[in-house]
Write a protein that binds this ligand. Structure first.
Ligand code: SAM
Length: 238
């Protein structure tokens, strides 16, 4: 799907915007004060309540200020308090290279705040049926990862965040970065899959989103590991 298609769906789907609004607020809550960078900003829809936010993406778009690669951040060291990624880590070719770069450009105490697909028994079933992006749970990070400049920016493996932060956290620790995990939690049980994401359909009116999310907050600690669709991860630079 192209960026203008994403933009059209975003405007057409109030229930999706309501679900994302809740996720954006969680990212805002986890943020530190100070200048922030969004990587993979796409259409520029992230609202993390941060007035000093620079949006970048590997693709040029009216929604971002800068076209650059997450693996080679064009910034001096220790300049940002937050780095946001929404559905981006699982598109990166060399996640460990990215974490070393994030560590370099973050100030001490700065944070990487990510919301990504979460792979649980139920989400795996549904992502497997209705989603064009693969889920390969056998992935391991390549420590000598070489960047392919011709890679499709949407090529992905939805399993990467779950492998690095839930299933095999020792693999994340191979990154040459002093980033510690301060939060890694399952999110999104029912409302998000019912919106259909950026697909053309939605099975939920926007007014149902708020009460459903309140119910989800109660259920997540009990059944998140079984049927959540998303993972939120917060890393902090030592
Ligand atoms: C699924 S989209 C998410 C867009 C947006 N964050 C959102 O939530 O709607 C993934 C984005 O990551 C970007 N991306 C992929 N590889 C990247 C890289 N190496 N560096 C920066 N951005 C990248 C893509 O161009 C795309 O805009």
């Amino acid at each position: 799907m192209q960026l203008d298609e994403y933009q059209r769906r975003w405007l057409e789907k109030p229930a999706l915007r309501a679900v994302y609004g809740d996720l954006h607020r969680r990212m805002a809550k986890a943020s530190m004060p100070g200048p922030s960078l969004e990587i993979g900003g796409g259409i520029g829809n992230l609202d993390a309540g941060n007035s000093d936010l620079l949006r970048m993406d590997i693709q040029r778009s009216p929604g971002v200020a800068l076209a650059a690669d997450a693996h080679r951040l064009p910034f001096a060291s220790q300049v940002f308090s937050n780095i946001y990624l929404f559905d981006v880590l699982h598109h990166l070719q060399c996640p460990l290279v990215f974490f070393a770069e994030a560590d370099r450009v973050l100030r001490p105490g700065g944070r990487v705040i990510m919301i990504e697909p979460g792979i649980t028994p139920v989400s795996r079933l549904l992502y497997g049926m209705g989603h064009e992006e693969p889920v390969d749970m056998s992935w391991v990070p390549d420590e000598d990862c070489e960047l392919n400049p011709d890679k499709d920016p949407y090529a992905s493996n939805q399993a990467i965040p779950t492998i690095l932060f839930k299933r095999s956290p020792h693999l994340f620790r191979k990154a040459d970065a002093s980033l510690r995990v301060v939060d890694s939690r399952w999110l999104s049980l029912i409302a998000y899959p019912l919106t259909g994401g950026f697909k053309s359909w939605s099975l939920i009116p926007a007014e149902w989103v708020k009460p459903l999310l309140r119910l989800e907050d109660r259920l997540l600690p009990l059944i998140g590991g079984l049927m959540a669709f998303r993972l939120m991860v917060v890393l902090e630079k030592e």
